[in-house]
Design a protein around this ligand. Structure first.
Ligand code: TRP
Length: 328
């Protein structure tokens, strides 16, 4: 579409999404989709999932769960194509071309890779895993993506994408934009234990949690350890529940701060007030989810339709690439 900036973003299909995914990236996807000046593409990075786990038995179910969360959050598939990376062969073609434009030394320096190798205790690294950011560069540039709304953990991958775009253009002529990452204000929402919110740490509020589950989880949230009972003064700035108020209850932020600091507001009440706001926030998600859940065959159609539209763009870009490279 003329004059619209292209947005490309995606996620690995890890199943149900949580508030951290919303606050870190999804919120921007929806806002930019609805802002009018952008044309969004959203990819399910199912090949990327293989880099850390070659067992594919859950990928399909996880992909559908994730798409359902995207749609419930307000992604409109008629406006913004959603599609699986594995169903568009141009991702692998462009990945191969790009893999010639970057050194293994550069990829070994990728900080995300270093962190994961340390934290996940992965065994010996596969060839494909080293190339993770190269595949991501292909994902983005295949659609000539200009804006990449992601969480802050993805910045190093967007930087590699920019380098590859620059090197390709220098070598073969101008084909690709140099995309910019776009972060949200609340890039890191803490989980219920104060660590980064993550499904595997069991500290997450899911976008699909019903109201009583949200209440139950919130009751267990960790608060300022010095505030033991109502009346004790608390420190909102070190309390994760206060972060939730800032995010989901900004109009009462000052009042909550005062109540916490003076001691007049107890932690149980404070948590229940946050839970209530989170539930109000999630209500439209639940409505949209119900609509899509009542017609499960529609999800397949949404993907097939998104894949058709994505494929048309991808094949045009590959023909630009071949032309620039004087291949074919
Ligand atoms: N690496 C991203 C993540 O782990 C997923 C991803 C794959 C992606 N391809 C992308 C994100 C392209 C943005 C653009 O969440």
């Amino acid at each position: 579409m003329p004059n619209k900036k292209i947005i490309l973003s995606g996620m690995r299909p890890t199943g149900k999404l949580h508030l951290g995914h919303w606050a870190g990236a999804l919120e921007n996807w929806v806002a930019l989709q609805n802002g009018g000046g952008y044309s969004n593409y959203h990819l399910i990075a199912d090949y990327h999932a293989l880099t850390t786990n070659i067992d594919t038995s859950d990928i399909h179910a996880f992909s559908l769960e994730m798409v359902l969360d995207w749609l419930s959050a307000g992604i409109d598939p008629e406006v913004s194509p959603v599609f699986r990376q594995s169903q568009i062969k141009e991702h692998t073609e462009l990945h191969l071309v790009f893999s010639m434009l970057i050194t293994t030394a550069r990829l070994e320096r990728n900080p995300t890779l270093k962190e994961q190798v340390r934290d996940l205790e992965l065994g010996p690294m596969s060839y494909g895993y080293l190339g993770y950011p190269v595949l991501q560069a292909a994902d983005i540039l295949l659609y000539k993506g200009e804006v990449v709304p992601v969480g802050e953990d993805q910045l190093s991958h967007v930087e590699i994408t920019r380098e590859i775009a620059r090197d390709f253009n220098r070598q073969y002529g101008q084909v690709f934009p140099e995309p910019a990452a776009k972060l949200t204000k609340f890039a890191r929402l803490p989980g219920l234990d104060g660590k980064k919110m993550s499904k595997s740490l069991n500290n997450a509020i899911l976008l699909s949690d019903p109201p009583d589950e949200v209440n139950k989880k919130m009751k267990k949230a960790v608060t300022d350890p010095q505030k033991i009972r109502k009346g004790d003064p608390g420190r909102p700035d070190i309390c994760l529940v206060f972060t939730y108020h800032k995010k989901f209850n900004p109009s009462e932020e000052d009042e909550i701060r005062k109540g916490c600091e003076s001691g007049s507001l107890g932690c149980v009440d404070c948590k229940m007030r946050a839970a209530e706001k989170i539930n109000i926030f999630l209500e439209p998600f639940r409505e949209r989810r119900k609509k899509y859940e009542s017609e499960p065959e529609k999800l397949d159609k949404i993907l097939r339709d998104g894949e058709e539209r994505a494929r048309a763009v991808a094949s045009q870009t590959m023909s630009d690439v071949h032309k620039a490279m004087k291949l074919g």
